[in-house]
Ligand binder design. Structure first.
Ligand code: PBE
Length: 267
């Protein structure tokens, strides 16, 4: 298989990954085992560094393989494709869940109601992501989306008691998708009278923080597959409010000009 030989040599058998600890990194390690990609290495880094590598390769029309996910603005900025995953190492379409600490419902009922009623579509999240990727401050991008979608937002805030200045602390990881969701729901809580803090953390501390009560909530739990280890570790110690978005995807992603179509072609 000439193409497979080509892509390995051309990319030095490297798959450009993201933050260690991301569910996507574990899924990629599983894929490397299941497809027996013994020659290949998964590089650890960050989501921002991955996108920078993609931008560089793309502008030179060079081959690159990244760990990617949807919703993500990169699919509207670049012509990209997921590699087929016939072994389903990356699982199927998932949901993103909202999780809050025990006691939030009693301590901040309005915030609990809003977080519980928060739900939107991948296209909504992408609209915010695109503005942030284009350089808009996440606060501004969140406000812009809220102003353009007051009908949706009023469903989230329906029946919520005002915050009266009570503090609410949301934790998130600096994944582009979670920056979008966290800033939007943070701004909605603020507009409802809460004193909102958004704390950027790593993925383990994000789950641990909500479980031990040092954080009030998070809106970026990818289930049932991506974050299953973290979820199962802490599931008795926090409250899962269910999905806020349906239809995510994880996988290996290449520019369309790369002439392979399946993870099997990497072997
Ligand atoms: N992600 C985006 C995360 C979840 C959100 C796919 C990069 C991960 O843990 O892999």
């Amino acid at each position: 298989n000439e193409n497979a030989t080509g892509i390995g040599a051309e990319t030095e058998y490297e798959i450009v990954g993201i933050e260690p600890g991301a569910g996507l990194m574990e899924l990629t390690k599983t894929a490397i085992e299941e497809y027996e990609l013994d020659n290949w290495r998964l590089l650890e880094g960050s989501s921002a560094a991955m996108v920078a590598e993609l931008q560089k390769a793309y502008s030179n029309q060079e081959p690159i393989i990244i760990t990617g996910w949807t919703p993500h603005w990169m699919f509207s900025s670049f012509d990209l494709k997921y590699l087929d995953d016939p072994r389903e190492s990356f699982g199927g379409a998932e949901e993103i869940h909202t999780i809050v600490r025990k006691g939030l419902e009693q301590d901040a009922p309005g915030a609990y109601t809003i977080l519980d009623q928060f739900t939107w579509e991948p296209s909504d999240m992408e609209a915010v992501m695109v503005d942030v990727a284009d350089g808009m401050d996440p606060n501004e991008a969140a406000e812009k989306w809220i102003n353009a979608n007051s009908d949706k937002v009023s469903e989230w805030t329906n029946g919520a008691q005002p915050g009266n200045g009570k503090p609410v602390n949301l934790v998130f990881v600096a994944w582009d998708s979670e920056i979008a969701s966290t800033y939007v729901i943070g701004k909605v809580l603020q507009q409802n009278g809460y004193d909102v803090t958004l704390s950027q953390v790593e993925v383990g501390p994000m789950f641990a923080g909500v479980a031990n009560g040092s954080a009030d909530g998070m809106v970026g739990a990818w289930l049932p597959t991506t974050h299953v280890e973290y979820f199962n570790t802490y599931k008795d110690d926090f409250i899962d409010l269910g999905e806020n978005l349906h239809g995510t995807k994880n996988g290996l992603v290449v520019p369309k000009y790369v002439e392979i179509n399946s993870i099997e072609d990497l072997k």
